[in-house]
Design a protein around this ligand. Structure first.
Ligand code: NAP
Length: 278
């Protein structure tokens, strides 16, 4: 446990709310912030940042959806007395090259890794919880998930493990300084295999359908996404198809001293909670 007042950004999101709960349970003082949290924090409104940072010595940072703001945030944090930052990022962010995917996360990494503060970056593979708390949920409930995911496996990680890792790093000052952890699940699964496991655990007839990146981007636009955002999400699948992000790592064990949770474990928990019921 740490006595640092810890600012948790993205506090209503998939990782932030789990990180905040773990820290509170450990007795760490937490300031949970986002646009809709009681402590308001908006990446597009730097005028409100100093109040959120007041008295804070460590922060869990979920990057904003656009490149840029984290540079100013890091400067403000340092000036306000923050000593440690833990940043969420994406698997293999240094291998994405010319892709337009993840410019937001790469900008946030540049800001955090270039700072004088003690920092740790948690680069996570695709989350299991994308299937019940995010983008893939509605298509699964409707009975079919259509993606340009192909046959390259993805080592999906359970967000509970990401949150365990973030809480562990935040609770162990000095131990993870300057480290970049590539957090993966215990094995790779294709999206078709992941959907099959969800279908089996839920007892619901859910299908996986292969589409092209262009078809996927067009479908997202039809759902109301703007062209740029839809293209960026489709680009993620083009990146994954290269295979560089498909392998597993031992970094969950390096941080937590145990193996990561399985996708089967996730699918059973979410199915039991009724996640995919129509
Ligand atoms: N999904 C994946 O598989 C995956 C894998 C690796 C990395 N990532 C990265 O993880 C990040 C998302 O993390 P997450 O999944 O924990 O969060 P999330 O579930 O996507 O939720 C986003 C959080 O950010 C807050 N937020 C949104 N816009 C904001 C703004 N303008 N100012 C301040 N806060 C804002 C939201 O709360 P309010 O609405 O209350 O503001 C919410 O708490 C992204 O950078 C993504 O690229 C995702």
């Amino acid at each position: 446990m740490s006595n640092d007042m810890t600012l948790v950004l993205g506090a209503t999101g998939k990782t932030g709310r789990r990180v905040a709960a773990r820290l509170r349970l450990n007795g760490t003082p937490v300031r949970a912030a986002s646009r809709t949290s009681p402590v308001r924090f908006d990446w597009s409104d730097p005028g409100g940042w100093d109040a959120a940072l007041d008295g804070v010595t460590a922060a869990y940072v979920v990057p904003p959806a656009v490149p840029g703001p984290v540079h100013e945030f890091v400067a403000r944090a340092a000036a306000s007395g923050v000593r440690r930052l833990v940043l969420l990022s994406g698997r293999g962010a240094d291998t994405w090259g010319e892709s337009t995917f993840g410019l937001d996360m790469r900008s946030a990494e540049d800001a955090v890794r270039g700072s004088e503060l003690e920092w740790t970056v948690l680069r996570a593979s695709n989350f299991d919880q994308n299937f019940d708390e995010d983008l893939f949920h509605a298509p699964l409930v409707a009975g079919a998930l259509a993606l340009p995911a192909g046959t390259v496996p993805e080592p999906f990680i359970d967000v509970e493990d990401v949150a365990d890792a973030a809480a562990a790093v935040l609770g162990q000052p000095g131990r993870h300084a300057g480290r970049v952890y590539e957090l993966t699940g215990p094995r790779g699964l294709t999206f078709a295999e992941a959907v099959e496991l969800i279908s089996r655990a839920s007892g619901l007839p859910i299908a996986y359908k292969q589409v092209s990146p262009a078809e996927y981007a067009a479908a997202l636009v039809e759902e109301g996404w703007d062209e740029t955002g839809a293209h960026h999400v489709a680009e993620m699948f083009v990146l994954m198809e290269r295979g560089k992000l498909a392998g597993t790592t031992d970094d969950v064990a390096a941080v937590l001293g145990r193996t990561p949770r399985t996708f089967e474990d996730y699918a059973v928990r979410a199915a039991a909670a009724g996640a995919w019921l129509p």
